[in-house]
Ligand binder design. Structure first.
Ligand code: GLO
Ligand code: MG
Length: 375
């Protein structure tokens, strides 16, 4: 188990089924691993420290399956979930994969395709409901453009609005206990996606018929791809009361979607995201959305799973160490004192104090993260 020995399981860890089912293909190279059966993915995750999983309905039920096949696969998944004690914490759809949605789903210029997209999402919502998922997460991977002359971005947003309103109404009509969420991303696979960052998602949600039913799933890599500070992105969604899910992974800024294992890059960014989630006692599952490296074999996938969980646990420990460190506490108390209103001449003057505290604080983060702090 990927836990620090002797430590009780305090958090619910989750993985997208697609992460462990990923076969190591990239735009320049064929798959390097055999396909993993979704039921084996579920039990493998349960055996290696995850308490939950997220899926695209199509990860379990191929898009062209008959109703009978769908029911058989859902029953098999539910059995596997009961046997292993793992739960489903979110569902979505991988309809970005199929050629028919090449110009987008709910934003397509073809009314026929937009209808198909809504119906596909509705069918996937049914699957999520049958697996007990409390969240239906929409990442509109094809809802963007390379050719802006082809569609007004305002029309795209209006179409997305109509689509989300229809899906919300569907969930209400069916009586499902399920929220909708939007996962923003700046680009890839489309040249530019319409809902790019937390700010875009929050502003868009406010235009819906029922904004109170719709939240955000924030992915670290997507924030880094936009050159943004992931902890600030998470903070915006927390501040708005809208953080419905988190996708943990790593990514070098401004590059193609690398989907590196959690902890694989930008350690400090990862630390401050974990710090925010832990300090705010955010109750949701810590979900990993990364890919085992293309060089990893089938067995290595489970090392990837344990490694992501362990990286989170270690960073959560570092957060605790930071919060309890005597010098850190003293510096933070000093900073807090600057906030007190004061009329004294001394306080009104400019002081080099703040600069010193920040330099030292930043260095203490470095020492804590590198394990070199002797306190
Ligand atoms: C890709 C996204 C993708 C979504 C998933 C949600 O960049 O991160 O993996 O998280 O499709 O259903
Ligand atoms: Mg994601």
């Amino acid at each position: 188990m990927a836990r620090i020995p002797g430590r009780a399981a305090a958090r619910l860890y989750s993985f997208g089924l697609w992460t462990v089912m990923n076969r190591g293909a990239d735009p320049f190279g064929a798959p390097t691993r055999a396909a993993l059966d979704p039921l084996d993915a579920i039990s493998g995750l349960a055996a290696h420290g995850a308490g939950a999983f997220e899926l695209h309905a199509e990860d379990l039920i191929p898009a062209d399956s008959s109703a009978v096949e769908r029911d058989r696969l859902i029953a098999a998944a539910r059995r596997r979930m009961t046997e292993t004690g793992i739960v489903c914490d979110a569902c979505g759809s991988s309809m970005f994969w199929e050629p028919v949605f090449k110009d987008g789903g709910m934003v397509s210029n073809e009314a026929r395709v937009r209808r198909l997209a809504v119906e596909r999402y509705q069918a996937a919502i049914d699957v999520g409901h049958l697996l007990g998922a409390p969240l239906f997460n929409i990442w509109g991977g094809r809802d963007g453009a390379e050719v802006d002359a082809s569609r007004s971005p305002i029309d795209a947003l209006k179409r997305l609005r109509d689509g989300f309103n229809e899906l919300n109404a569907y969930i209400a009509r069916q009586g499902y206990n399920m929220r909708l969420s939007i996962e923003p991303k700046p680009n890839e696979p489309r040249g530019d996606l319409y809902i790019s960052t937390a700010g875009h998602a929050l502003a868009f949600i406010a235009t819906l018929d029922h904004p109170e039913h719709v939240g955000v799933v924030l992915e670290l890599a997507h924030a880094a791809m936009a050159g943004l500070n992931p902890a600030h992105e998470v903070a915006h969604t927390l501040y708005a009361g809208k953080l419905d899910g988190i996708h943990l992974n790593a990514q070098r800024a401004l590059r193609f979607d690398q989907d590196l294992r959690f902890g694989g890059a930008n350690l400090k960014d990862a630390f401050f995201v974990v710090k925010l989630l832990e300090d705010e006692r955010w109750p949701g599952p810590r979900t990993f959305d990364a890919h085992p490296y293309r060089t990893t074999d089938e067995k290595g996938i489970w090392g990837f799973v344990e490694g992501c969980i362990l990286a989170y646990e270690i960073l959560a420990d570092k957060v605790q160490q930071f919060n309890q460190d005597a010098e850190v506490r003293q510096l933070l108390a000093e900073i807090k004192r600057w906030d007190a209103p004061s009329e004294s001449d001394e306080r009104r003057g400019t002081s080099p104090g703040p600069i010193f505290a920040y330099e030292r604080l930043d260095h203490l983060v470095f020492e804590i993260l590198t394990g070199t702090r002797r306190a």
